[in-house]
Ligand binder design. Structure first.
Ligand SMILES: Nc1ncnc2c1ncn2[C@@H]1O[C@H](COP(=O)(O)OP(=O)(O)OP(=O)(O)O)[C@@H](O)[C@H]1O
Length: 675
């Protein structure tokens, strides 16, 4: 046996490089290491020396290449714990698809992860060729290349390195015992730091869970969470008092064995209606259920009488104080949108203010309504007010109401303001960035004191209102400019969600378009070319603009198919313009310089009221660095005319630069400025 030689054999090139690097770092020049991978090909035969294989299933593949006295060592591999935080933070019961180069190695990784104590998620090894599976996360040890196409987020924890028992064994085998003490010390340090990292990661996962529990415990109604496998994952203190059960006896148990009434269980697990009334321990309670990816959240609120909800709801509906939309009706499958919806659903359960940020038409009001309907206040009123629509003084009396005789024209008995009307529900303040400094101060007071005082009133009135505010402005900038109070900003921005603009989630366009078509006329189809145009559009007005465009096309189409000529003119024109704007980028530097010279010459001639002809342009060019023949000028003018940058006239009229030509000239100049 060659005492100084070690062969390393792995399945893939990537693993080979990682493990070779690790061995080199550890054994430096003390052992000569030669490495091979199955993917890259094995040598015809191995010279003497032990062969370290990265996985037991390589033994079979090696058999034809090795002599019987070659010793094969199986490497024990370890997981890089630093990368595991995302995994630890996954909610209980999440499905994790584990992808590796072979099914065996995926199974081995799963075994190690479970050994590490990660038992709150369900690991499923990925079998090549499998097409239907359910996953909340795809995890791979540096073998993501084998992952199937799936929308779940991916976590690559990197190639698993050689673990300390194997390193130790190698050190002994190569009689590097003097290295052992160094190695042991290093390993100890490594083991300690890995353990520390794992503990830290676990602690932060626990902290996140504790945080969530805090939110859940501060909700004024009962919350029960049930995992996809039917285990109770949340049971807050309100639930403890409604059901007279201890959280400790219920959490972690299968819902069927939780001690809850059978009819409550069957509604929570399989109910179809959004809510149902139950009599629980002599009290009326309404249970609402929401199911997402098999995970169920049930919220329970006490009502003294079922009819109370119904009569109040009818009253609010009459005044338009109701929220129509729920999270299920928010359309979007882009990851950024799913993220936003996921966050909003969690925030809905809390009682604290939420600030919704997003460009105009992105669906801020939609989210505000869904938050209301997803909250414990869903059976209360939802009052929406646009802060930019009213003058400062009117707004104050609208929001806070007024007492009798507050001003001329005031109602006789005074009037309840929107805060009072929203009592027990949600007040949606749209375009909050527009409110005046005085109103900012009043609003801050209400948020702090939870009381209002009517205009001309002398008494404070307690209000129980949750604020959801929205803005399409950058409030941080407004705050920095002194136009928005920082204390109000931080009160409103306890939680915030950002709705991504449509141009950053173009994959949502087809499903939105389909939905808007369906809502109007089920029979109308859309030509695929129209969809292509819609996908190219920038949608400055976001979903609202898309919806309006589809409504317009439905109105002008033949009722069967929406075709290119049904597109609103603006969409087509804007795209043609964009194509033109892109043109300078495809021109050479020389072209750009020549076009700048020609357009500039035409512009100056036009300004001086002189004709700009091919001949004159050519003459002037001869004095500069780009002499052009009349023929060359003609070609360039043809190009410019074709793109509507100039118009050519005969005789004295000469060539004229157009508005678009001016734009083109500016954009060329700015491109040249970069050279
Ligand atoms: N994700 C979505 N799914 C379905 N409809 C949507 C979605 N986003 C927006 N819409 C629709 O687009 C229109 C505009 O939405 P909304 O009024 O909520 O936007 P907004 O951000 O509040 O606008 P503004 O800033 O002008 O107040 C509405 O008709 C809404 O129903």
């Amino acid at each position: 046996m060659n005492p100084d030689k070690l062969f390393l054999v792995t399945g893939t090139e990537q693993t080979r490089k990682a493990l070779h690097g690790q061995l080199l770092e550890l054994f430096n020049e003390l052992i000569s290491i030669e490495s091979f991978s199955i993917d890259e090909g094995l040598p015809d035969t191995f010279a003497e020396g032990p062969i370290l294989i990265s996985s037991p299933d390589l033994k079979k593949e090696l058999e034809p290449f090795v002599t019987c006295d070659s010793e094969i060592l199986e490497a024990i591999r370890t997981i890089n714990v630093e990368k595991l935080e995302t995994l630890l933070l996954l909610p209980e019961g999440s499905k994790v698809l584990v992808v590796s180069d072979t099914l065996e190695s995926a199974a081995e990784l799963i075994h190690q992860l479970i050994e590490l104590g990660i038992q709150h998620v369900e690991f499923v090894p990925f079998k090549k060729g499998e097409t239907t599976f359910d996953a909340d996360l795809i995890l791979s040890p540096g073998e993501m290349i084998h992952a199937p196409i799936h929308s779940a987020p991916k976590l690559d924890i990197g190639v698993r390195l050689i673990g300390s028992p194997t390193i130790q064994e190698l050190a002994n085998r190569f009689e590097l015992s003097y290295l052992n003490s160094i190695l042991t010390e290093r390993q100890m340090k490594h083991a300690v730091s890995q353990q520390r990292l794992l503990t830290e990661a676990k602690t932060s996962a626990l902290a996140a869970e504790k945080n969530l529990r805090l939110v859940v415990d501060h909700v004024s109604e009962g919350v029960i969470g049930v995992s996809a496998s039917g285990v109770i994952t949340a049971f807050n203190s309100v639930c403890e008092s409604i059901f007279q059960l201890d959280r400790a006896d219920v959490a972690g148990k299968a819902i069927q064995l939780s001690g809850l009434d059978q009819d409550v269980i069957s509604y929570i697990v399989t109910g179809i209606e959004p809510f149902q009334l139950f009599s629980i321990n002599g009290m009326e309670a309404a249970i609402y259920r929401n199911e997402t990816n098999g995970i169920i959240t049930a919220t329970i609120s006490r009502v003294s009488k079922a009819s109370e909800i119904n009569s109040a709801a009818a009253e609010w509906a009459k005044k338009g104080f109701t929220a129509k939309y729920t999270f299920d009706q928010i359309i979007g499958s882009h990851l950024s949108m799913l993220d936003t919806i996921g966050t909003a659903k969690k925030l809905a359960l809390s009682e604290l203010p939420v600030l919704i940020e997003g460009e105009t038409g992105t669906g801020k009001e939609l989210f505000a309504q869904a938050i209301h309907n997803g909250s414990g206040r869903r059976s209360g009123p939802f009052v929406a007010v646009n802060c930019s629509a009213l003058s400062a003084s009117l707004f104050e009396s609208e929001l806070f109401g007024y007492e009798a005789g507050a001003f001329t024209g005031a109602q006789k008995g005074g009037k309840k303001g929107l805060f009072e009307q929203a009592n027990g529900g949600t007040l949606f303040l749209d375009e909050i960035g527009d409110i005046s400094g005085d109103l900012q101060a009043s609003l801050l007071r209400v948020l702090q004191e939870k009381e209002i005082r009517r205009v001309s009133g002398t008494q404070n009135i307690a209000v129980d209102v949750r604020i959801v505010a929205a803005t399409n402005m950058n409030l941080r900038e407004k705050m920095a400019d002194g136009d928005f109070r920082a204390d109000l900003f931080y009160r409103l921005n306890v939680f915030s969600i950002q709705i991504p603009p449509l141009r950053e989630r173009k994959s949502d366009i087809p499903i939105l378009a389909e939905e808007f078509l369906k809502r109007n006329r089920a029979v109308t189809r859309m030509d695929s070319k129209v969809m292509d145009m819609l996908m190219k559009e920038e949608w400055e007005g976001n979903v609202r603009e898309l919806k309006n465009s589809i409504d317009y096309m439905l109105a002008v189409s033949d009722g069967k198919t929406i075709q290119l000529h049904d597109l609103p003119g603006k969409t087509v024109k804007k795209q043609k313009k964009k194509e033109k704007e892109a043109a300078p980028l495809q021109l050479t530097l020389m072209d750009k310089q020549e076009f700048v010279f020609i357009l500039e010459t035409i512009r100056i001639s036009n300004e001086n009221g002189e004709p700009a002809s091919r001949r004159i342009i050519s003459e002037i060019s001869k004095a500069g660095s780009h002499p052009l023949t009349a023929q060359q000028v003609r070609h360039r003018l043809d190009f410019l005319e074709k793109h509507s940058y100039v118009t050519k006239g005969r005789g004295r009229a000469g060539t004229k630069i157009t508005l678009e030509g001016m734009d083109f000239l500016h954009s060329l100049k700015s491109h040249l400025g970069n050279h």
